[in-house]
Design a protein. Structure first.
Length: 173
């Protein structure tokens, strides 16, 4: 049985994951309108992944005797000056999500809720990968600079981008 403290914290994380999905959906729309089809596809996929993260949390809360809450979401930014600015915002958001997951893990330890603690380890590893991916993309964009040909190739190639984080190597994922 999940405590009320843990239930409240997990419901806050559900909202964060839902907002993450919306943020990436907004980025996908912007990229698509600007002609970055590869980036748009990548962001649509990321949006779905964040929604899946939210659903996983919802199921966990409900299965543990709590009740998942679906709450009002903040409206995401819908306009970006450049692809670089968009991916800088993506990295900043992923760091925010990581901080939120880490705080949630801390609460589970304080509450001695080891089942939820173990459940959240997947999210901890996932955030390592998400941040690594965002940093890798920004590194590539910084290498390209203002070269339009480079941006064209980046847009074409981003669909194939895979980043193997140190967490994935350790777990054999």
């Amino acid at each position: 049985m999940v405590s009320k403290i843990i239930e409240k914290a997990l419901n806050e994380q559900i909202k964060i994951e839902a907002e993450s999905s919306q943020i990436y959906l907004s980025m996908a729309c912007w990229a698509e309108v600007k002609g970055f089809e590869g980036v748009a596809g990548f962001m649509f996929d990321q949006s779905q992944e964040e929604r899946d993260h939210m659903l996983k949390l919802i199921k966990f809360v409900n299965e543990r005797g709590g009740q998942a809450k679906i709450s009002k979401l903040s409206e995401p930014n819908v306009d970006f000056k450049t692809i670089k600015e968009m991916f800088e915002m993506l990295l900043k958001h992923e760091v925010y999500v990581s901080d939120s997951i880490n705080e949630l893990v801390h609460i589970t330890l304080q509450e001695k809720d080891y089942a939820t603690h173990n459940f959240l380890q997947w999210y901890v590893s996932e955030q390592i990968e998400e941040e690594a991916m965002a940093r890798t993309i920004l590194d590539k964009i910084n290498l390209i600079g203002d070269d339009k040909g480079g941006l064209y190739l980046f847009d074409r190639d981003i669909q194939q981008l895979t980043v193997v984080s140190s967490a994935a190597i350790q777990t054999g994922a």
